[in-house]
Design a protein around this ligand. Sequence first.
Ligand code: DC
Length: 233
Amino acid sequence: MKHVQIAIDGPVAAGKGTVSRLVAERLGFLYVDTGAMYRVAALLALRAGVSWSDEERIAHLIREAKIAMRNPVEEERDGRQTTVLVNGEDVSWAIRTEEISRGSSAVAKHPQVRLELVKKQQAIARVQDVVMEGRDITFRVLPEAQLKIYLTADEAERARRRHEQLLERGQDVSYQEVLQELKDRDTQDMSRSVDPLHKTDDAWELDTSSMEIAEVVETVAAKVRELQAVEVE
Ligand code: DC
């Protein structure tokens, strides 16, 4: 049987993580945060003293590492959306710093890095139903997805949400710094030469600026149920 694929793309802090996790939970699918994989690539480089620009060595580090992801189990429910293990070590929080945010966007420019990670993402979606989110899921990783969504929100609203999140985690950053980092990263992700973030013609655009999370989740889940009903007929 063909597995269900829900593909979600969108800019920084549009709410992709929260929405995807809740939709996955509701439907019993696996939530796959592909940004976490680019973050792992940046973390591996940082720890190995490898520059963000060293494409060859970063691709090698990814090939050598054993990266595993799962929906958080009971004792891991500490506010995280997903659990990420690298060679058995839980790096779910280590990949959430501002330094790693910038690094992940920098390493994501490299074709070899993307090739390695896209292969892993496609392998995951072959064996289970997924809600997968990132920047190239609707057109590169899962071009055949049954449902494609481009999730977005106003820049100021996204920065406000991200800032609040970072403060809650005890990270000391100003709103202006968060806004600037968000703008820089969006520009980088939308202008890189390989698979830049964009909205595809067949993606459903959802602007979450003035929507409650629960409303977005309900809207998406209803769309999936509609789709599944059609498939049964
Ligand atoms: O979703 P995120 O903020 O955790 O992603 C971190 C970076 O990884 C993002 O700035 C760009 C890159 N990325 C990508 O290029 N392709 C993806 N499918 C997911 C993330």
